[in-house]
Design a protein around this ligand. Structure first.
Ligand code: HEC
Length: 135
């Protein structure tokens, strides 16, 4: 009798763990292939462009993602979901197109920027600025 109880407990734990990992998988961002491979039309060496990217970042993104992209802005605590840490290699290994997609369309608490930053080129400049936050 005891064995059955233990076995069903182990089964239950396995089941919960398994369904949880399925949910976590589904929570990953789905970035369409056309965005993943999209070419960044801007020049990262252009100082004026970088200054624009920086000021847009400070105006629109810093409040949640923090000055250095650590995910520690004043509004960070109110957010659902992983803000990510822009300084990490894991974050930086994404393509420019992936960052552009996430910045453009958002998801859940991450706002979309099609209206607040309506110009595509400006959003690419923000992507360029996020590249400078790597450690
Ligand atoms: C109101 C708070 C808020 C603001 C403002 C905000 N974000 Fe986010 N951002 C989030 C949240 C929350 C997530 C996680 C969303 C999720 O995983 O569902 C996120 C996720 C991201 C990601 C994906 C992180 C990863 O690990 O891949 C990127 C890129 C991003 N934001 C860029 C930006 C940029 C660029 C701006 C400014 C133009 C910005 N965000 C403004 C809340 C915000």
């Amino acid at each position: 009798m005891k064995t059955i109880k233990i076995l069903s407990f182990v089964g239950l734990v396995t089941f919960i763990f398994f369904s949880f990992s399925l949910i976590v998988d589904q929570e990953g961002w789905i970035v369409p292939d056309e965005y993943k491979t999209m070419e960044n039309p801007t020049d990262k060496a252009d100082k004026e462009g970088m200054a624009i990217g920086k000021s847009l970042y400070n105006k629109h993104c810093k409040s949640c993602h923090g000055k250095e992209g650590f995910g520690d802005g004043p509004k960070a605590d109110e957010q659902e979901g992983e803000l990510g840490d822009f300084s990490t290699a894991e974050f930086q290994k994404q393509t420019d197109g992936e960052l552009f997609y996430k910045t453009t369309f958002g998801r859940d608490d991450m706002p979309k920027y099609t209206k607040k930053i309506p110009n595509d080129e400006d959003r690419w400049l923000v992507v360029n600025y996020m590249r400078t936050l790597k450690e």
